[in-house]
Design a protein around this ligand. Structure first.
Ligand code: PLP
Length: 399
């Protein structure tokens, strides 16, 4: 670039940044000074945490830390290779097998993240002869994954089964059709209507893909996710999910399903072929996380009780919340600056929650999102409930 052009490029970026900053869409990063958990030391003092995806409190569970330590001793730190060159340990295969058993699928392939699992999925399986029918509120990684493939894209209004059916009718002329949906939508905590989606898929000869990142490990009776909650375990063709939330919260993701699907992903999926293997530390820790969940329902039960207590209490306090028994509990405020004020006020009382507003959620549906964990004690939840009860009644009425 010429010097002139370079100067212009930087000034273009500065203007864009200024715009973000001045329109209240700037995302600040708050430093936390202690390990992830319910009680955090941060630059803003000691906070009670309600905004992590640490649903089972496994992020710093002693047995997980111990497994990670052992893996470090046994396998060392780095893989420095992709899987098919010299990046596969026995524990990678064990983790794939364990996930397949857990989700009752035939095979599983690991990725560095669920973002990568979704990014490497559609392009590998579909061509311009095919179609993807996607919920409008799907996670950015599904949207990007679909963008990378040449299949025709249809979008249906969020959770609108009539609209999905219309789109399926339009997509009949394509060779193969995949309906793609989040299992649980992170901004509302609502669960995809997977039983109805599977019925429609049967009627319109389509395949179903679910990204269960906000459900794997803790949601449903035994933690199999939204597919268990909606009773469709063997009806969903492809499941993608993350290790970065309930399953220890380190990093990594996977795609699980039929052998034919996983076989071809292993040969062709670009984020798998061209990106580093999951570190042994994360792999071993995730294996332990799945063992902990499989061997005892205690954490899932405690999470369930916490969610029930919190939801019931804030409904009695007069707040409107969306149904479904998910630990994501958005408190609907409406106005963006009111939501921000509420979050700031809660922060002053030591409660760490985030306000979400446009463009992350639709205009005038700003909200405060609470995320409940099995690591919360009843006393922690009581603190949050009483802080919410003490908010101005006008805020509740505005909801
Ligand atoms: C969090 C999330 C992801 C991203 O997972 P990573 O493993 O952190 O990349 C993908 N999809 C959904 C639905 C998510 O909630």
């Amino acid at each position: 670039m010429t010097k002139q052009n370079t100067i212009s490029f930087y000034s273009h970026l500065r203007a864009q940044f200024k715009d973000i900053y001045e329109s209240d869409h700037y995302k600040e990063e708050h430093f936390i000074l202690s390990p992830q958990g319910v009680h955090l030391f941060t630059v803003k003092g000691k906070l009670l945490n309600f905004c992590a995806n640490n649903y089972l409190g496994l992020a710093n569970h002693p047995e997980i830390i111990e497994s990670a330590r052992k893996a470090l001793d046994l396998y060392g730190y780095g893989m420095a290779s992709v899987r098919f060159i010299c990046g596969t340990h026995e524990i990678h295969k064990q983790l794939e097998q364990k996930i397949s058993n857990f989700l009752q699928t035939e095979d599983t392939i690991l990725y560095s993240s669920c973002f990568d699992a979704n990014g490497g999925l559609f392009e590998t399986l579909l061509t311009e002869k095919d179609a993807v029918i996607s919920d409008r509120l799907n996670h950015a990684s599904i949207i990007d994954g679909v963008r990378l493939c040449k299949a025709t894209r249809f979008r249906y209004n969020h959770a609108d089964m009539t609209h999905l059916e219309t789109k399926l009718k339009s997509a009949q002329k394509y060779r193969y059709r995949i309906i793609a949906t989040d299992g649980v939508f992170s901004m509302d905590g609502d669960v995809a209507l997977l039983n109805e989606i599977c019925d429609l898929a049967d009627r319109y000869n389509s395949y179903v893909m679910v990204d269960d990142s906000h459900a794997t490990g803790f949601f449903g009776n035994t933690g199999r996710g939204s597919i268990e909650y909606r009773n469709v375990i063997n009806r969903v063709g492809i499941i993608t999910s993350t290790f970065g939330k309930a399953l220890g919260g380190g990093s990594g993701g996977f795609t699980s399903g039929r052998k034919e699907v996983i076989d071809i992903l292993r040969q062709r999926s670009r984020p798998y072929l061209y990106s580093n293997s999951l570190s042994p530390i994360t792999t071993a820790a995730t294996l332990k996380a799945i063992d902990l969940i499989s061997n005892s329902r205690n954490l899932i039960k405690k999470l369930h009780e916490n969610v029930k207590y919190f939801r019931t209490s804030i409904i009695s306090a007069g707040f409107k919340i969306k149904p479904d028994n998910h630990p994501i509990v958005p408190i609907m405020i409406g106005d963006a600056s009111t939501a921000k004020n509420v979050a700031d006020q809660l922060l002053l009382e030591g409660i760490y929650v985030i306000a979400f507003s446009y463009p992350v959620v639709p205009k005038d549906t700003a909200r405060i999102r609470f995320q409940i964990s099995a690591a919360h004690e009843k006393a922690d939840l009581e603190v949050a409930v009483s802080a919410l009860e003490n908010l101005q009644p006008s805020i509740i009425n505005g909801s």
